[in-house]
Design a protein around this ligand. Structure first.
Ligand code: PLP
Length: 371
């Protein structure tokens, strides 16, 4: 007799076994791959973070601090310095990447029959979590500018709505929401609905004059939570660490479902060190700006439309089968993300790499598109 999983899980796709990325590429005869498919930081890890990992390696025989006390203190101090004056350790919750945080949000706040509103397309983990809890994902298409359609999201609110996800900047579109739009939206959202602002790429969006990373509401409104990650600008994707800022009452609920040792000691140490490495962040931002300008120029030259980005990736319209283009580019050693799984047929999402990565990508794209 088969042991049945919870009924809710029947609504999720079956697990597909795979191989490590590099191994799968090697088996296809592709030895050197330029990874422009995961929105990672092409500048690599901060040297300070790397040193912190080395220094802490000998302590990996011990459990990590369950309270993640020092890192939470440090994050709070950093947030205060950045302008969120009232943040304390009690406003900070650290997780095994934002993915875990999204999961914990689901476990804490969603029940069968609830509804949660998301943009379409957006970061897929939102929908997976919603469905896994037996709730219903209400998907609101982005507007013609690939932006969250906040008016339509507001109209989608019902008595069953429990959560709304705003992804700012949005993955995979790279578009961002400004302060006026977000504050007008939040005024209309009843305070029994949790608004999750995932700002994984916020550091890249700082240059946008009206970019909203939730600072104005996160401590004032008890129904707003902001998610940040160390995977993107801080370049620690492999260590799995992210954090949320919110009011302590909200976070206390989530603590009930957190594993006691959810964040390993190397991740805690590396994240603390990465926060100190201002140079690493500055270099990363400079590279991203240069890469963006280069890609925009190359796309314009090739006659390809693109969505201006506030993040470290660009959505570009190639006008042909995106899965086939993804495969053809991979055969040339360039890994990018097809738009099709996001409902964006004819588009590719490419991470902004180092100059040489971007040049390789453009040369390969020209070959694939016959331009
Ligand atoms: C919008 C968004 N949120 C969260 C994540 C996941 O972050 P983490 O690596 O911290 O789980 C990603 C990763 O691509 C993302 O694009």
């Amino acid at each position: 007799m088969t042991v049945h999983a919870r009924n809710e899980l029947q609504n999720l796709p079956d697990y597909q076994e795979g191989k490590p990325f590099e191994m799968a590429c090697a088996e296809k005869g592709i030895s050197a791959v330029t990874r422009l498919c995961f929105n990672e930081n092409p500048m690599g890890m901060s040297p300070l973070a790397k040193q912190a990992i080395v220094d802490m390696a000998g302590r990996a025989d011990r459990y990590p601090d369950t309270f993640i006390y020092e890192l939470r203190e440090k994050i709070a101090a950093k947030e205060r310095k950045r302008g969120l004056a009232a943040v304390t350790r009690e406003n900070v919750f650290v997780s095994n990447g934002s993915d875990e945080m999204i999961n914990l949000l689901g476990k804490t706040f969603l029940s069968c029959g609830d509804e949660a509103i998301i943009a379409d397309p957006t970061f897929p983990q939102f929908e997976t979590t919603i469905i896994s809890m037996g709730a219903k994902a209400i998907k609101v298409p982005v507007d013609g500018a690939f932006q969250h359609d906040l008016a339509a999201m507001q109209k989608a609110i019902t008595a069953k709505t429990k959560m709304i996800f705003l992804c700012n900047p949005n993955n995979p579109t790279g578009t961002y929401l400004g302060k006026e739009a977000v504050s007008a939206f939040l005024e209309q959202v009843p305070d029994n609905i949790l608004v999750v602002m995932d700002v994984a790429y916020c550091e890249y969006a700082q240059e946008e004059p009206d970019y909203d990373q939730g600072d104005d509401y996160v401590l004032k409104q008890k129904n707003v939570i902001v998610l940040r990650t160390f995977s993107k600008i801080y370049s620690l994707a492999g260590l799995r660490i992210g954090y949320a800022i919110a009011c302590p009452e909200l976070l206390a609920q989530m603590q009930k479902v957190r594993e006691p040792f959810n964040v390993n000691i190397l991740a805690q140490a590396a994240a603390a060190a990465a926060l100190d490495d201002i140079d690493h962040v500055v270099c990363t931002l400079a590279n991203n700006e240069q890469g963006k300008t280069y890609l925009y120029g190359a796309f314009a030259e090739m006659g390809l439309a693109y969505v201006p980005t506030a993040a470290n990736f660009v959505l570009v319209r190639i006008g042909v089968d995106s899965k086939a283009a993804e495969k053809a580019l991979l055969a040339l050693g360039i890994a990018v993300k097809a738009g099709a799984p996001y409902g964006l047929e004819g588009y590719l999402r490419v991470t902004i790499g180092k100059r040489s990565d971007n040049e390789k990508f453009i040369a390969a794209l020209k070959q694939v598109l016959g331009k």
